[in-house]
Design a protein around this ligand. Sequence first.
Ligand SMILES: [Fe+2]
Ligand SMILES: [Fe+2]
Length: 190
Amino acid sequence: MKNSDKPTPDKAAVNKNGKHNIVSPSADAASELKDFFIDSLKDIYWAENALVTALPKMASNATSPALTSAILEHLSVTENQVKRLEKVFELLGESAEGKKCEAMAGLLKEGDSILQETVPGAVRDAGIIAASQKIEHYEIATYGTLSAFAKTLGENDVAKLLTQTLAEEKEADCVLNDVALNTVNMVAAE
Ligand SMILES: [Fe+2]
Ligand SMILES: [Fe+2]
C-alpha cells in the first residue's frame, strides 16, 4: 500500500490537548442519524400516549393520597408532553405518528402484574412507585438521548422542547422519591 493510500486519521476530530472536538456529522451520517431520530420520536410518541391511558388506572389503584395526586399531576404533564411531541414533528416537517415502543409496553405490563399480585394498601403503593420510577428513568434516558441528537443535527428549537420534557421527567422522578421516602415506605415497614 502506498503511503498516499493509507487512511489518514481525522485530525479535526482531536484537538491539541488530545480531547475530541465535536465535529459535524457528514451528510450521509446526518441523514442516517435523522432517520434514527425520527424513528425514536415515533417510539416515545407511542409511549407517552400509552402512559396517558395507563396513568389513571395507576392513580385509581393507589391508596396514598400523595401518590394519587403525584400520578394525576404527572398525567396532565404527560398530556402536554404529547402535544409538545406533536410540535416537534411539525418543526421537523414530519407527521406525528406512533410506533409501538416495546420497552414501554414491557414496563406497563410489569406495572399491571404488580396490581394483580398485590392488594390495595401500602405495599401495592410501593410497587406502583417502583414501576413508575422505572418508567420515568426510561423516559429520562430517552429524552436525554433525543435532545442530544437534536443538538447534533442543529435542530435547536426541537432540542429546547425535548429538554423541557427531560426536566419534567426528572422532576416526576424526584416527586416519586419524596412520596416513597415520606409516606409509602414508612407505612409499608409498619
Ligand atoms: Fe413523559
Ligand atoms: Fe414521565
